[in-house]
Design a protein around this ligand. Structure first.
Ligand code: HEM
Ligand SMILES: *[C@@H]1O[C@H](CO)[C@@H](O)[C@H](O)[C@H]1NC(C)=O
Ligand SMILES: *[C@@H]1O[C@H](CO)[C@@H](O)[C@H](O)[C@H]1NC(C)=O
Ligand SMILES: *[C@@H]1O[C@H](CO)[C@@H](O)[C@H](O)[C@H]1NC(C)=O
Ligand SMILES: *[C@@H]1O[C@H](CO)[C@@H](O)[C@H](O)[C@H]1NC(C)=O
Ligand SMILES: *[C@@H]1O[C@H](CO)[C@@H](O)[C@H](O)[C@H]1NC(C)=O
Ligand SMILES: *[C@@H]1O[C@H](CO)[C@@H](O)[C@H](O)[C@H]1NC(C)=O
Length: 323
């Protein structure tokens, strides 16, 4: 082989393993070597004050990535040229964790100014959040850049709603390059965190014109939820755990609950009744390590949806404002 050819081969051999698509596992190794530690500490502190923060960050990241890609657009405040995604229906009065990302970003700016994007910080933060609640750790390739705008229409139409069919939800994922397995695995995020009564109350009283609750909801759970979410408007914003059994633990209990008709959202319970997803739900309910692995793999895919790299976008100074 010619010398240059050997060089090229060595180059591929040694450098390929560090990249994922356009992203690079060593992106900030020289420019911000302590990044991971700073993010870990920020997430840890936030969770020490509020254990729910792990769930809130995980959801924030999903909402950013599933609507026009992982570009930190969900973090932007309203300006004269665009409306904030924070005001979209799926986010308003429910998305949380903005100040945690802002605090971590400020700490990162102190040691590595103008270097690390907000979306890379959010991506690293959810990996830490899942790990700190008992889930698996995964490698995060870096180098995403922050978007220059937000799109409230995209947030309203592309983020799945708990009132829509599984067909619709699957279509929202596949349009982003994710598949049915990703839908099922990522839905396992509902093993932590909370939901407001309004998102599932229609299942509790006079379901579908009947005089009883949704038959696909376990009877004693339904009774329990009727007490937590009484049939009156002022119960709409009360919070109920998405996984009543191990609320703060990142395990496969979400799937074990679905097998027992104990999914809170009807869109989640639908995963158990649809013949495209039933076997995956059963497998995840039986094999926690299979779920842990598939969840990590799907998070890596989700974190790569529509990323901006190279000269596209920017590295924001503050996560809520375009520079
Ligand atoms: C598949 C379609 C999905 C639907 C319909 C859905 C819907 C919802 C709803 C309605 C809530 C409660 C929000 C509230 O009441 O304020 C919620 C919470 C949550 N979602 Fe999802 N979700 C979906 C997928 C996902 C995915 C893929 C993830 C992450 C990978 C995720 C992570 C979470 C978490 C962690 C919470 C709890 C947040 C907290 O306690 O602050 N969800 N979801
Ligand atoms: C990284 O953190 C260590 C302490 O954990 C510190 O000694 C070192 O100076 C930091 N490096 C940079 C580049 O900030
Ligand atoms: C701690 O959590 C509460 C909500 O549970 C929040 O209002 C408060 O700002 C948090 N404090 C810090 C220092 O993060
Ligand atoms: C915002 O998102 C909507 C829905 O995805 C899309 O049709 C529209 O073109 C987007 N607007 C901009 C300015 O990108
Ligand atoms: C679900 O069902 C299994 C087997 O029937 C049972 O061992 C388990 O306790 C049930 N879990 C819940 C949360 O009801
Ligand atoms: C799944 O169910 C649908 C009807 O709900 C049926 O048309 C389809 O053939 C079934 N597919 C499999 C693989 O069983
Ligand atoms: C579930 O696990 C079994 C083996 O335990 C495997 O044969 C099957 O293909 C799996 N099903 C799905 C949908 O992953």
């Amino acid at each position: 082989m010619h010398f240059p050819t050997i060089n090229l081969v060595l180059c591929l051999l040694f450098f390929q393993p560090f990249v994922y698509g356009q992203l690079d596992y060593r992106f900030y190794d020289y420019t911000c070597p302590n990044l991971t530690k700073i993010v870990r500490f920020g997430v840890w502190s936030a969770m020490a004050n509020d254990t729910r923060m792990a769930a809130s960050l995980l959801r924030l990241h999903f909402h950013d990535c599933i609507s026009n890609g992982c570009d930190g657009s969900v973090l932007l405040d309203e300006t004269s040229s665009f409306r904030s995604e924070k005001d979209a229906f799926p986010n308003r009065n429910s998305a949380r964790g903005f100040e945690v990302i802002e605090t971590i970003k400020a700490n990162v700016e102190k040691v590595c100014p103008k270097t690390v994007s907000c979306i890379d910080i959010l991506t690293l933060a959810v990996r830490e959040a899942v790990f700190l609640t008992g889930g698996r750790y995964w490698s995060v390739a870096l180098g995403r850049r922050d978007g220059l705008t937000a799109n409230i229409t995209a947030a309203n139409t592309e983020i799945p709603s708990p009132f829509e069919s599984l067909d619709n939800i699957i279509a929202k994922f596949t349009s982003k390059g994710l598949n049915i397995k990703d839908v099922v695995a990522l839905s396992g995020a509902h093993t932590i965190g909370f939901v407001q009564c309004f998102a599932f109350k229609f299942r509790l009283f006079n379901f579908s014109g009947s005089s009883s609750p949704d038959p696909s909801l376990d009877v004693s759970l339904a009774t329990n939820l009727q007490t937590q979410c009484p049939n009156q408007d002022d119960s709409d914003t009360r919070l109920v755990p998405l996984d009543a059994v191990t609320t703060t633990k990142f395990d496969n209990m979400f799937f074990r609950n679905l097998v027992n008709n104990s999914g809170i959202l009807s869109s989640d319970q639908a995963l158990m009744s649809d013949n495209r997803t039933t076997d995956m739900v059963i497998n995840y309910s039986k094999y926690p390590f299979l779920f842990a692995k598939d969840f990590a793999d799907s998070m890596v895919k989700l974190s790569n949806v529509g990323v901006l790299t190279g000269q596209n976008g920017q590295v924001r100074d503050k996560c809520n404002l375009v520079n």
